[in-house]
Design a protein around this ligand. Sequence first.
Ligand code: AMP
Length: 288
Amino acid sequence: MKLVRTISQVRTAVRAARKAGKTVGLVPTMGAFHKGHLSLIRSAAKEKDFAVVSVFVNPTQFGPSEDYDKYPRDLDRDADLAAKEGADLLFAPSVEEMYPGEPSTTVTERVLARRLEGQLRPGHFDGVCTVCCKLFCIVLPDAAYFGQKDFQQTRVVTRMTRDLNLPLEIRVCPTVREEDGLAMSSRNAYLSPKDRLSARCLWKALTTAQKAFERGVRDGEKLRQGMRKVILAEPGAEVDYVSIAHPDTLVELRRIDRAAVGLLAVQVGATRLIDNVLLQDATSDNGR
Ligand code: AMP
């Protein structure tokens, strides 16, 4: 695996791979790898001939009071892990390489990005869309790999890709979890041992909704209330939002027709965590 820092090095390496007839996969990340990231890299390496992984803590997707400065960074470790999973190229640009000077162009997805995370983190998805669009243009992959863990992000990026006719497929891979159900996240590293125990309430709330759905509950508000109750019972945790939404439009559902997604954002101590679960009939083909 080769580690490169500049856009022109990426273009040269990808051009050579293309010339050799290879397909190209891209895994965009902010680094501090855990098993969730590694599963995306594994999928890209398995499905494509040339797997590119980017590691870039993108400042434009962090709000002014968010954790950009303290976000965990360990490129040597990430490079080792990516190589072991079969990555061919690791692209770790500087902020100056990605944003030379103040940019005057931003990519905005105007509908899905306004909901949920977008309400609480204004500008966040503009940062995500812009950096993903730039990475897609730099690497020109056949497919880019994203985790279901960031469900709204997968929807926003898919919509942007379609609206802009970007010639790649967006692949969504399942959420990788700790043994007790907590979704793996680079931000879990911030949790104190006490917070780590409290953080179990996210998966507990989502599985509560899942079980109720399996019992036949289709009332969105009932499911939301059930989730909220689980979080409220956890003294170390505070609800940012609880949602039972349509999986494509992210509109809150009063009644679930075929499928829904349960989403939540919870403040655990000083750490903000998000997670989600798809609710769909076993017989429905993904409900869509
Ligand atoms: P990040 O480095 O947090 O920006 O994440 C990079 C990619 O990894 C995104 O597509 C995330 O959705 C994905 N990801 C993060 N956590 C997980 C997880 N637990 N399981 C699967 N994918 C994940």
